[in-house]
Design a protein around this ligand. Sequence first.
Ligand code: PMV
Length: 323
Amino acid sequence: MANRGKARAHANIALIKYWGKKDDELVLPMNSSLSLTLDAFYTETEVIFNKDIDRDYFYLNGDIQNEAATNRVTRFLNLFRSTAKMNIPAIIKSTNYVPTAAGLASSASGFAALAAAANIASGLNLDHRELSIYARQGSGSATRSIYGGFVEWQKGTGGDDSYAIPIDDAKWDIGMVIVIVNPEKKTVSSRAGMKRTVSTSPFYKGWLESAEEDLKQIKIAIKRRDIEQVGQIAESNSFKMHATMLGAKPPLLYWEPESIMVMEIVRELRNQGILCYLTMDAGPNVKIICKLSEGRIIKRKLEKIFKSKQIIVTGPGPGIVAL
Ligand code: PMV
C-alpha cells in the first residue's frame, strides 16, 4: 500500500445553489445544483498513513488544528479506512491557496483535495464518480470540486447516486470577479443556515420548485455559451435563495452594506453595456459572473470603492490533480 498521497482541488462557486439537505448524515441535497470551478482558489493536501502515531494529526496552513477540526477530518478519513479495511492513523497537511486577504475559507476545495489525497494514500483507486460521492460526505459543495469547468451535482435518490458530473469544460470567455467584502468567518454556518431555512421558511417550497427549472435553463444557456442567459439565471437563483433565507425564523441575512454597494456597481456596469451578474453564498462576499476578457474593466470600476487586493479576477479552473 502506498501510504502517502498528495492532491490539489480547486474551489467552486454555485450558479444554481444547493441549500437544504434531505439527509444530514449522508449529505443528500434537497435539489440538484450547478457550479463553476475556479482557477484562483485551491487547496493542496497530503495524507500520510503512519502506524507509529496514536491518532490523526491535522495541520492547516502549517498550524496544528484543534480537536473539533481534527475530528471532522478523522470522520471523513474513516470512510476511506473502512473501505480499505485498515485502521491506521494519519498525518494530514493541508494548505489553502487563496490570494492575500481573500478569506474564502473553502470546504469545497478542502474536502475534494482530502478525498483525492486519501484515495492515493489508501491505495483504493476510486474513480472520479466514487470520489465525488466520498467528497460529498465531507461537505456538500466539495462533491462538485472533483471536476473542472461547469459541474452539476445530481441530487440522486440515495447515498450511491448523489454525485457530480462534468457539464462543460468552460474553455470559453467566461470568468468571475470575486469581491471580498469581509474576510471574517460567517456568523451562521451553511449547515445550520440550511437546517433553519428548510424547517422554518414558508418560501422554501417555492425555492425548490424554481431551482429545478433554473437548472434546466442554465444548462441550455451553457451549451449555447450564452453568458447573458447564464448570468441572468444565476443571479436570479441566488436572490431567490437569499429570499428563502430571509423568510426563516429567525431570519438569515448574510449581506453587509458593502455587498449592496457591489450590487449597485453591477447594475451600473450593465447599464453601460458590460455583461455582468452577481451571485452570493452564505456570507457577504459577492461573486460577479462576466466575460473573463472584461474582468479587468470590472475590477477597475470596483477599485473606486474597494482595495485592489479585495478584488480577484479568475477564470475557470481544473478538477482534482495528483501531486
Ligand atoms: O456544502 P457547504 O456547506 O459548503 O454549502 C454550500 C452552500 C452554498 O455555498 C450557499 C451553495 C452552494 O451550492 O455552494
